[in-house]
Design a protein around this ligand. Sequence first.
Ligand code: GDP
Length: 529
Amino acid sequence: MKLSYEQEVQSRKTFAIISHPDAGKTTLTEKLLYFGGAIREAGTVKGRKNSKHAMSDWMEIEKQRGISVTSSVMEFQYKDFHVNILDTPGHEDFSEDTYRTLTAADSATMLIDVAKGVEAQTIKLFKVCSMRGIPIFTFINKLDRQGKDPFELMEELEDVLGIRSYPMNWPIGMGQDFRAVYDRHQKRLELYNHNEPSKITIIEVTGCDDPLIDEVINDESLVNQFREEMELLDVAGDQFEIELINTGKLTPIFFGSAISNFGVQTFLDHFLKMAPSPTARKSTEGIVNPLDQNFSGFIFKIQANMNPAHRDRIAFLRITSGIYKKGMNVNHVRIGKPLRLAQPTQFLAQSRNAVEEAYAGDIIGLFDPGTFRIGDTLVENGSFEFEEMPHFSPEHFCVISVKDALKHKSYEKGLRQLTEEGAIQLFQTYQKVVEQQIVGVVGVLQFEVLEHRLKAEYKVDIRLERLPFSYARWVSGDKKDLDAFIRTQRNLAKDRDDRLVVLFENDYQMRTAQDKYPNIKFYENSFIK
Ligand code: GDP
C-alpha cells in the first residue's frame, strides 16, 4: 500500500546510539539490524576497533574509513517503521564527527554497561544530546553479568548526567542469578533462560503480587527483593510522563543483555513507539516543519574518500523536510547557486545503494568534489539556512607549521579544506608577537589523519608540536569584563570565525578562571547564546 507523504515521514525514526567503548554498541546494533531483517545473522557488523591504527598504516585507516562510510548510517524497515541508525564513531576515531552526527538525530539511545555505569564518553555525548533537548532512551546492558544495583545506576544517571529516569522494566536477579525482567506497563515477565538466552518465555501476570511470579521464579529471596524494589519504585520513583521524556528530562530505562538478544526486541518495540518522528528544525526564516513538502536538508558530516585515487568526498545530508527525488535541482544556499543532486547514495545496512526517493528524517550521501562545508543548507525552493553547526571543544592541541615555507600555499589550502570537512579545528594565537596556528582535535587519531592527508593530497610535510591543553572554552561577556579578562590570560586564541577562545590545561585551571571571572561566560561549544 502506498503511504501518504505524511505517513512516510511519520514512520521515520532517526536516532543515534551513544555509549562508552565496550558497552556493547556493536552488539546491540547487530541485533537491531537483525530484527529489521537487514542482516541475516548477527555478527556481521564490522567493528572498526579491531584493527589498531599505526602511523604508517594510512591505507588501513582508509579501509577503516571505508567501512565507516557504509556504517555511518544504517537504514532498515521494522514493522511499520522506517529506522535510521546513525553511527557515532567511538574508540580511536572518536572525533568531532561523533558530536556532529548527533545533530542529525531526533533521539538517542544511551547504552550503559551494568557493571561500569555512566562512563566518560557517555557523559560527553549525553551533553551534546541534552544541549538539543532530544529524548534519550537508556538500555542497561550485560545483565547476564553481575553489575551495579539498579537503584545505584538510576542515582548515577541523576547525579552525573542530571537526568531522572523511569524503569520500563525491572530485573529479577542479575549475573548468575539473572532470572527475568518484569515489564511494568504490560505486566508481564520475560524469563531468561541461561542455556538458551534468546529463547524468551513470556508470562502474563496480573501485577507484581501475582503468585504466579513466586511459582515461575521459584526463589523466595529474589522474589521478595523484587517486590520490595517495585514498591519503592512505585512510591518514591518518578512517574511516567511522556512530556518529560520528549524534552529529554526523563529517560525510560530498559534492562537486558544485547549479546544474548535478551530484552532487545522489547526495547525496540517500546522505543519505536515512543521515539519522535522527524522533528522541526530552526532556520533563518523560522521553523521548518518536516511535513512541509519543500525539500530541505543540511550537511552534518563530510567523509573523505578512502581510495587515494579518488579525491572525492561524501557529504552526509539529513533531510529536514520534503522528498528527495533523483536528479532534482536544489539551491546551495551558502554559495547561492543551483545544484543538481545527481547520484546520491543511501545507506542500507551493509552497502551503499543509489537512492531514488528519500523523505524527511532520512540521510543521503552526496558526492562532494569540494562543494560542501559542514552546516551547509540545501533547499528546493527558497534560501533559508539552518542553524550553524556548533564546534565542540577539542581535547588535544598542537602548534602546526609547514616544513617547507615554499609550500605555504598548498599548506594553507589543505588546512582550509580539512577544517571545512570538520576533521580539525584551527585556531590562531591571540597575543603572541609571532602568530602561531594551533590545531585542535577531539580524538588524537585526527593528528595522524591530518599529517597523512596533507602529505598524500597536498604534498606538504608539517611539524606538529603538542601543547599541554585539554579544553577550549569560547568566552563572552561585557566589553569591560572581557578586556580585564584578556589582559590577565595567557592562553587565548581566536577560532576560524574570530571568536575568542581560552585554552586550559586541566579542570582545576578552568574552574579557577571561572570562579575568578564570574561575569565571563564560558562555553563548551561555539554556540554562544
Ligand atoms: P562496543 O565497543 O560498544 O561496540 O561494544 P561491543 O558490542 O563490541 O561489545 C564489547 C564486548 O562486550 C564484547 O566482547 C561483547 O561480546 C561484550 N558484550 C556485548 N553485549 C554483552 C552482553 O549483553 N553481555 C555480556 N556478558 N557481554 C556483552
